[in-house]
Design a protein around this ligand. Structure first.
Ligand code: ZN
Length: 126
């Protein structure tokens, strides 16, 4: 039954996304007591899926660094706590996130180009 199958896939994706949250809390103790919503806000993203992409990029980069000096698609930009910043490679997605946080929480996010990679970061004003 196709419906059941897709439901299973959704559940699996859901589990993987929660795994991403666990990884984040393990690596960044200052985020340990944060709720899921607070972590999303911290990274200026609107979904667990985006957080998952972020973690995967970081893990991939860590592997590459370990093996060789290959070109990677993740920058070294960190916030003041040493947390890697989310890299937006799509301007459309970036604008969506700015709109999302403004509408949901009245948070104004400023974008700036990443000095190392082709992409942008978001930062909170004030
Ligand atoms: Zn950067």
């Amino acid at each position: 039954m196709p419906f059941k199958k897709s439901l299973k896939k959704i559940q699996k994706n859901h589990q993987e996304a929660y795994q991403a949250l666990r990884v984040i809390k393990q690596h960044y103790p200052h985020l340990k007591t944060f709720t899921h919503d607070e972590i999303l806000r911290y990274y200026h993203v609107s979904s667990l899926g985006m957080l998952q992409t972020h973690i995967q990029r970081i893990q991939k980069r860590a592997l590459q660094e370990h093996h060789s000096k290959q070109k990677d698609d993740v920058c070294r930009c960190q916030d003041r706590y040493g947390t890697f910043k989310y890299l937006y490679t799509s301007l459309t997605l970036l604008k969506q996130q700015q709109a999302y946080w403004y509408e949901k929480e009245k948070i104004t996010l400023k974008s700036y180009p990443c000095p190392y990679q082709k992409g942008w970061h978001l930062t909170q004003l004030g």
